[in-house]
Ligand binder design. Structure first.
Ligand code: GDP
Ligand code: MG
Length: 193
C-alpha cells in the first residue's frame, strides 16, 4: 500500500479561487451497538435512530469544515455492521488518516475491546493516524459502567485524544469529529503524514 489515497491536496482539488482543498478519510471503529452509526448520522444529518439496523457493507458520509479559511472535507466511514462478525477488512482501514475508537460507557466489555481495535488499526494503517477514544452514551450516566477517569487514563496511556459523547442528546458529537479533523489538518501542515 502506497501513500494514503485520501489525502488529496493537489492542483486538481483547487477551487475557483485557486485555494487548496483537502479530503481526509476518517474511520469509526468499536464493538457492535456502541453507537458508531448514530454518531455519524448525528454529525452528518443531525439524526438519531433508537433502533438502527446494522446494514452490511461499508458506508461513508462526506462532511466539510472550514479551517483557517480552507475547505477541509472528511470522508467518514462506518463499518455498517461488519464488526459484528469481526470482519472489518483491511480495505476499510486503507488510507485512513483519522480514527474514532468508540465504546459504550454503560457496557464495560466494549471498553475492554478498545485494545483489540487499536491493534487492528495499527496493523492495517500505513501512515500517522490521528486517534480519538470516544466514550459514547454519556446520557446513560445512571447505568455507567466505565468511569471518566478510566477512559482518560487509557487514552493517555495510548496517546489518544479522549472525549465522552452522546449521539442521543448530541453532547460533544460535533466536537469529537472536529477535533480529529483539525488534528489531521495540523498533521498535514506539519508534514508528519
Ligand atoms: P453501532 O452498531 O455501533 O453502529 O451502534 P448504533 O449506532 O446502531 O446504536 C446501537 C444502539 O444504541 C441503538 O439502539 C441506538 O439507538 C443506541 N445508541 C446509540 N448512541 C446512543 C447514545 O448516545 N445514547 C443512548 N442512550 N443510546 C444510543
Ligand atoms: Mg452501525
Amino acid at each position: 500500500i502506497s501513500r494514503p489515497i485520501f489525502i488529496l491536496k493537489s492542483t486538481e482539488m483547487e477551487d475557483d479561487e485557486g485555494e487548496e482543498e483537502y479530503l481526509f478519510k476518517v474511520v469509526i471503529i468499536g464493538d457492535s451497538a456502541v453507537g458508531k452509526s448514530n454518531l455519524l448520522s448525528r454529525y452528518s444529518r443531525n439524526e438519531f435512530n433508537m433502533n438502527s439496523k446494522a446494514t452490511i457493507g461499508v458506508e461513508f458520509q462526506t462532511q466539510s469544515l472550514d479551517i483557517d479559511g480552507k475547505e477541509v472535507k472528511a470522508q467518514i466511514w462506518d463499518t455498517a455492521g461488519q464488526e459484528r462478525f469481526r470482519a472489518v477488512t483491511s480495505a476499510y482501514y486503507r488510507g485512513a488518516v483519522g480514527a474514532l475508537i468508540v465504546y459504550d460507557i454503560s457496557r464495560r466489555t466494549t471498553f475492554d475491546s478498545v485494545g483489540r481495535w487499536l491493534d487492528e488499526l495499527n496493523t492495517h494503517s500505513d501512515t500517522t493516524v490521528a486517534m480519538m477514544l470516544v466514550g459514547n452514551k454519556c446520557d446513560l450516566a445512571n447505568i455507567r459502567d466505565v468511569s471518566v477517569e478510566e477512559g482518560k487514563s487509557l487514552a493517555e496511556a495510548e496517546g489518544l485524544f479522549f472525549i465522552e459523547t452522546s449521539a442521543l442528546d448530541s453532547t460533544n458529537v460535533k466536537t469529537a469529529f472536529e477535533i480529529i479533523i483539525r488534528e489531521i489538518y495540523n498533521n498535514v501542515s506539519r508534514k508528519v503524514l
